[in-house]
Design a protein around this ligand. Sequence first.
Ligand SMILES: CC(C)(COP(=O)(O)OP(=O)(O)OC[C@H]1O[C@@H](n2cnc3c(N)ncnc32)[C@H](O)[C@@H]1OP(=O)(O)O)[C@@H](O)C(=O)NCCC(=O)NCCS
Length: 149
Amino acid sequence: MDARSPALVRTLALMLARIHAAAFPPAYQWDAAAMETLMGMPGVSVLLAEGEAGLDAPGFIMMRAMGDEAEILTFAVMPPARRCGIGRDLLARCVGQAARAGVATVFLEVARDNAPAMALYCGAGFTQVGLRRNYYPDGMDACVMRREI
Ligand SMILES: CC(C)(COP(=O)(O)OP(=O)(O)OC[C@H]1O[C@@H](n2cnc3c(N)ncnc32)[C@H](O)[C@@H]1OP(=O)(O)O)[C@@H](O)C(=O)NCCC(=O)NCCS
């Protein structure tokens, strides 16, 4: 099947939405239609975590690269697969792919109260460069994080 075929994109969007629904509280979830729209945008790519044979990927990361900057759009690992290094590996692969594409700076937003993600990002060399107040639908602030690569 062609990598950009509508059927493949739809199947992938459904899988990403399933992971997102398991990983995030309702106010933060993106459905399959949102995933499909994002995947159709220029510069957007998705990396999947490797799952066990025959099973869906246990996680993914979605990035948009534009010139020498990239933004991590979303990033999730299924709860039963956490704390095994999957998130760290996905983030490292994503940063590596960005570097090979000529990206110099990677940005992302993370909810201020998301301690696991903050710990992961800080451990991977991201630093906070801004704060967006009331950014998320539940009113939570977002920390803007940046890493130079
Ligand atoms: C954030 C997330 C992607 C991490 O995935 P993961 O596969 O569990 O992460 P890893 O096992 O690779 O952990 C890497 C490091 O992150 C930090 N970390 C991860 N989970 C943590 C937790 N629950 N508490 C504290 N630190 C945590 C630790 O520093 C960890 O290193 P260590 O295990 O050697 O201590 C996952 O918790 C998740 O999907 N959360 C919900 C969605 C989300 O918040 N996405 C990011 C939005 S910006």
